[in-house]
Design a protein around this ligand. Structure first.
Ligand code: ZN
Ligand code: ZN
Length: 345
């Protein structure tokens, strides 16, 4: 193991002690990395809707738990088996917190779908803390010159929408509709524009019209009436992709007839059951696809694309003592557009 010389004995972590408990700031003993881990001094950690899985115990999680899976910081110690990451390097880690290398998903290179995979801030402690241990295979390289708070959400919200669109057959010039203009949607509009698609922003009201155009949308359809959204998309020849970023099953299912020939409804929002009319789908050979997050290299590609094309995550910053405020803003969809925890350096 190698480490920087002046590491503290203890550090502050925001802990959830049991299912649904309030956040609590506690002092913890600093543990050195295991053979396969790096120890990261956290600079920023995004506050994501999926943190509620750990906070409210929607899945079985190990309490007490530190949530947070949009982590950016600097390596201060590396385990004995870590070959490709050095002390002092600027890094991060997202949802994918480690993978087994041997399951079917891993053998096909789909590490984020690993059957035995770890998840930062869900299956192990995450980034709502001054220090965090990261498995080496989930370490994301982060360029020095970027702002930690602006990069952090790219490791979950950003990589999810960017990688999901890349997984489709959509070509430059084709119509991509982005449904929902929140944390994921505001990034998706920018990525889609920069990738060369014809971008249509779908929202339930006119409130976000100016913003959508500023982010790069070519067209904006602001109405609660799904049939009007469908009509507008069909006037454009139908969407090749409708990317659903807001977790509302009814409105997701209702826009499916807005797809064009061989179009795909691409769902990245955990919306639960959705109802679709397969008769319309058969006529246009359309499909429904879902996508989750990405691996470390996917996150690096997302960061590179964002950096080169000027895609920026709009963030609101919160210090550790304001974690509840940042979390509440995210949960009530009032953050513009991602809440991010920032740590003293
Ligand atoms: Zn997330
Ligand atoms: Zn695996």
């Amino acid at each position: 193991m190698s480490a920087t010389k002046s590491l503290p004995k203890t550090y502050k972590a925001i802990v959830v002690e049991s299912k649904g408990a309030d956040f609590k700031i506690v002092d913890r003993e600093l543990k050195m990395p295991g053979a396969n881990e790096v120890l990261v001094k956290t600079e920023a950690c995004g506050i994501c809707h999926s943190d509620s899985i750990g906070k409210d115990g929607h899945w079985p999680v190990p309490y007490p738990l530190v949530v947070g899976h949009e982590i950016v910081g600097r390596i201060v110690a590396v385990g004995s088996d870590v070959k490709s990451h050095k002390v002092g390097a600027r890094v991060g880690s997202g949802w994918e917190g480690g993978h087994c290398h041997v399951c079917t998903s891993c053998r096909k290179g789909a590490f984020a779908c690993c059957e035995q995979g770890s998840i930062n801030g869900i299956k192990k402690d995450g980034g709502y803390a001054e220090y965090v241990l990261i498995n080496q295979e989930s370490v994301v390289r982060v360029p020095e010159e970027l702002d930690a708070a602006e990069v952090a959400p790219l490791l979950c919200a950003g990589v999810t929408v960017f990688r999901a669109m890349k997984a489709t057959e959509v070509k430059p010039g084709e119509v991509v509709a982005i449904q929902g203009i929140g944390g994921l949607g505001h990034l998706a509009i920018q990525f889609a524009r920069q990738a060369g698609y014809y971008v249509v922003a779908l929202s339930t009201s006119d409130d976000k019209k100016d913003l959508a155009f500023k982010l790069g949308a070519h067209e904006f359809i602001g109405t609660k009436d799904a049939s009007k959204q469908v009509e507008a998309l069909q006037k454009l020849g139908g969407a090749k992709v409708i990317l659903a970023t807001a977790p509302h099953g009814d409105s997701i299912g209702a826009v499916v007839p807005g797809l064009g020939l061989d179009g795909t409804l691409l769902v990245v929002a955990a919306a639960g059951p959705i109802k679709v009319d397969v008769n319309q789908m058969i006529a246009k050979r359309t499909g429904v696809r879902a996508w989750a997050s990405g691996s470390a290299i996917d996150s690096e590609e997302t960061i590179t694309f964002a950096q080169r094309s000027g895609v920026k995550c709009l963030v609101e910053r919160f210090t550790m003592d304001k974690v509840q405020e940042g979390y509440d803003k995210m949960m009530s969809n009032k953050a513009r557009f991602r809440s991010v925890l920032v740590f003293d350096q």
